[in-house]
Ligand binder design. Structure first.
Ligand SMILES: Cc1ncc(COP(=O)(O)O)c(C=O)c1O
Length: 439
């Protein structure tokens, strides 16, 4: 038996009982279950970095808005499928004030989490053109989007952007677009899992090519405003959240309320369809929808059969939060800045103990400190490292399930780690480094 910070035999036993051959190859939820069991058996608290869930209480303004709406009886009434008018108006204001883009309220549609926005968009975008059947993911990315493609039976291709930053991105995208198969592209910015952020030049390249090849860009802004290197928190004041929407009019934005407003539990997000795409007509849509107009088909042909709209009271919650942000009464960015502070401390502890940050720059500047970061340990694959870290009371996920080609990489999520756990993290990383001295 080895002497490790978490009792060696107990960890081994729980791993065998779980039936998982390797932690390094398991899904996020499988790892969560295993760690829950080890924590219970040993009484030791892990440094839990596997799940990307908000570590903060929900926005009080949202909760109050929702309670008021419930008390007024909205629970009994079906909401409009396209979303309630006051919320649509606030979404349109929000993208103007925080992104400096103009989108009519008809294109601002609440969804059951940004997850549903993605599902609805994938369904429609794969049906725009008979000859185009493939989504392109700029990876690394959020594994559930690929899962959505699999259950819908849709094709996708992907590449790891690690080696294609800056001008190299143009050539890589043209390589895919010129095949004539690609109908749309998806990426998240800031990126889950690597926390890289595209530069304005890169967004311009993506936008220009989207227009040139008539490809729709899906920009996933699940971590809106959370590149803390710049202050995107002031409504109507530059700098604004960077977006491809300034470089093409062929886009859909997914804006989640889960992290920016810590409202994950109510499953409410926003899908923002550009004015141009909303009104665009595709004759191929008539095969499946009552109209060939993208926006109409989205609301009455896609959102209707999926869920017939989004929770009525949650829409009022989101309306209240957005109104407060738009009016300058709620600094939602300030509320989540602690993720960045924790990331800075944690990254230093990892680096001081022999680890390396995998995705470490945005071309020539260090990446921001935020919700996630990626790390590796010299001489170990991600699978080996994750399997070993469990004995040191540290849990995370492999980058391999995110489409990354960095076989050594691991994603760490900062959200659930408390400041008073940093001491434990430091001593466990120190022990790990002592026990695994690199040559
Ligand atoms: C990149 C990305 N997109 C989408 C989502 C899901 O967002 P929502 O909770 O609004 O469905 C997440 C959640 O972790 C995410 O990281």
């Amino acid at each position: 038996m080895r002497n490790t910070p978490i009792h060696f035999d107990t960890v081994k036993k729980k791993m065998t009982e779980s039936g998982l051959n390797s932690v390094g190859r398991s899904s996020i939820r499988e790892i969560k279950k295993l760690v829950d069991q080890i924590e219970e058996a040993t009484g030791e608290k892990f440094i839990r970095m596997e799940m990307g869930i908000p570590g903060l209480p929900p926005s009080e303004i949202g909760v109050q808005g929702q309670i008021e709406a419930l008390k007024k009886g909205v629970a009994a009434i079906y909401p409009d499928i396209q979303g309630i008018k006051p919320l649509k108006d606030e979404i349109s204001r929000f993208v103007k004030l925080f992104m400096d883009i103009d989108v009519r309220e008809e294109g601002c549609i609440p969804t059951v989490g940004s997850m549903q926005g993605g599902f609805a968009a994938f369904l429609m975008l794969s049906r725009l053109f008979e000859e185009r059947d493939t989504t392109l993911f700029i990876d690394p990315g959020f594994p559930v989007h690929k899962m959505q493609h699999r259950v819908l039976g849709l094709k996708f291709e992907s590449f790891d952007v690690y080696n294609y930053r800056g001008e190299a991105l143009r050539e890589k995208l043209e390589e895919y677009f010129s095949t004539g198969k690609i109908h749309s592209v998806l990426y998240s910015n800031p990126n889950n899992p690597s926390w890289i952020c595209f530069t304005e030049d890169e967004l311009k390249i993506i936008g220009e090519l989207a227009t040139k090849y008539n490809v729709v860009i899906m920009e996933d802004l699940a971590y809106f405003g959370m590149d803390f290197r710049k202050d995107y928190s002031k409504p109507g004041v530059a700098p604004f959240q960077p977006t491809v929407a300034r470089y093409t009019d062929n886009y859909i934005l997914f804006i989640s309320s889960s992290k920016a407003f810590s409202y994950a539990g109510e499953r409410i997000g926003m899908m923002v369809i550009s004015n141009n795409l909303f009104k665009s007509r595709y004759k191929n849509l008539l095969e499946h929808y009552p109209s060939d107009e993208f926006g109409y088909a989205m609301v009455f042909g896609t959102m209707y059969p999926l869920s017939s709209g989004t929770s009525h009271s949650a829409q009022y919650a989101l309306k209240a939060m957005l109104k407060a942000a738009n009016d300058g009464d709620l600094n939602f960015v300030e509320e989540v800045k602690d993720y960045g502070k924790k990331a800075e401390i944690m990254k230093k502890l990892f680096i001081d103990n022999g680890f390396e940050i995998v995705y470490h720059t945005d071309i020539d500047v260090p990446i921001a400190h935020g919700f996630y970061f990626t790390f590796s340990y010299p001489g170990m694959s991600a699978e080996e490292l994750l399997n070993e870290l469990v004995y040191y009371g540290i849990s995370a996920i492999s980058l391999l399930i995110t489409g990354s080609e960095r076989e050594e990489g691991i994603r760490a999520c900062t959200s659930l780690i408390q400041h008073d756990q940093m001491v434990d993290l430091e001593s466990r990383l120190f022990r790990f480094n002592q026990d695994h001295k690199t040559k």
